[in-house]
Design a protein around this ligand. Structure first.
Ligand code: ATP
Ligand code: MG
Length: 350
């Protein structure tokens, strides 16, 4: 594993907006871990809207090449999106997921405050490459006027690998509960394949009873959303095809304090990229008040995925303590502190 290496090489892609303010904070937090992360090497890389306006490409080939050849992992900030469609521009994050085959989007949503109701501690594991996102849409004219169709692709391979990642995550958690999200009462062929394939992961060759302790349950996506709002504490790890996962992970994010708290990773078999869930937040850009916690937690999640458990735990514990103390918080959490003051508070604990 990467953890055995002499150094950890981390690509930094702050991109646009508050990404430029919060990714440096995540870097500083990783550096403060000292010997828990042996000799971290950071590489600054370009991508995003500003890069596009400067160079004509949103994701320079150099960035992809350096990530592939010289980095073990990366942290991505956020991209500003143009308000109307611009010829030649497409989202660099979507392209990066494709280029690096980051097929899983993993988003933990956790409430931290003692006695916070409801008490949420769940992870949404979203398939990131197919479903309706294959973007094969056509419009035709039928007997009664215009008709539009979209192709929804579900493959056994993609369902199996997202299933394996979800079982692995569930098995590492105290409750070991995996909920498969689908709508196979309506889409029995596509969602049927997803559900059956995920269910069959424990019987794959080589698994050898590793997931015996994992409890598997299922939930139709509509009822899952309902229960997520009524009783989120029942969920542990949820695994879903791309579109349901997209909706569920934003819905889950609404259950806790602020977008500025929620981390994610995009993970594949050979690479992992941390990314705060929030966007470029143009309304607060440049004011120095963006909450750096989502990015610091994304760094923790990335390190955990690579096997640096101790470093990841230290980052999460420090952030949790700052939130619980409630003295140094950015305005999105009703505080009056700056990005740097929150970072300083985290660094003091580290
Ligand atoms: P984009 O198109 O880049 O997603 P947006 O206008 O949708 O931009 P988001 O970044 O998605 O903005 O944020 C939505 C709201 O949440 C904004 O009001 C923003 O200020 C706030 N917000 C998002 N992230 C943070 C953060 N890290 N700290 C403080 N507030 C945040
Ligand atoms: Mg947004």
């Amino acid at each position: 594993s990467t953890a055995a290496r002499q150094s950890l090489r981390i690509g930094l892609i702050p991109a646009d907006g508050i990404g430029k303010e919060v990714i440096p904070a995540a870097k500083a937090a990783i550096l403060a871990l000292g010997s828990d992360i042996p000799n971290p090497q950071f590489v600054d890389l370009a991508a995003g809207w500003e890069t596009f306006t400067r160079t004509g490409v949103a994701l320079p080939q150099e960035t992809v090449d350096i990530l592939r050849q010289e980095c073990d992992c990366a942290l991505f900030g956020s991209v500003s999106s143009p308000s109307r469609k611009v010829v030649g521009y497409s989202s660099p994050i979507v392209a990066l997921r494709k280029e690096l085959d980051l097929y899983a989007n993993i988003r933990p949503v956790v409430s931290v405050l003692v006695g916070e109701k409801p008490s949420v501690d769940l992870i949404v594991v979203r398939e990131n490459t197919e479903c309706l996102y294959v973007k094969q849409e056509v419009q035709t004219v039928g007997e009664h006027g215009k008709e539009a169709r979209a192709t929804r692709l579900i493959t056994e391979r993609a369902s199996r690998r997202i299933g394996q990642m979800a079982f692995e995550l569930a098995n590492a958690r105290p409750r070991k509960l995996l909920t498969i999200i689908h709508k196979s009462n309506v889409l029995s062929v596509t969602d049927g394949l997803f559900r059956e394939t995920v269910r069959s992961v424990p019987t794959l060759p080589g698994v050898n009873g590793k997931y015996d302790q994992v409890t598997i349950s299922e939930q139709l996506v509509d009822s899952a959303v309902y229960r997520l709002f009524r009783e989120p504490e029942i969920f542990d790890v949820l695994v879903a095809p791309n579109l349901y996962g997209d909706i569920l992970s934003d819905a889950a994010a609404a259950l806790v304090g602020s977008l500025g708290l929620i981390p994610s990773i995009n993970a594949g078999d050979n690479f992992v990229m941390g990314e705060p869930v929030h966007g470029s937040a143009p309304d607060i850009e440049g004011k120095g008040i963006a909450n750096p916690i989502a990015s610091i937690r994304s760094a923790a999640l990335m390190l955990r995925h690579l096997g640096y458990t101790k470093g990841a735990d230290r980052l999460d514990t420090a952030v949790d303590q700052v939130i619980r103390e409630g003295k140094v918080l950015t305005p999105d959490l009703k505080g009056t502190s700056t990005t740097n003051e929150v970072l300083e508070a985290v660094l003091r604990i580290l």
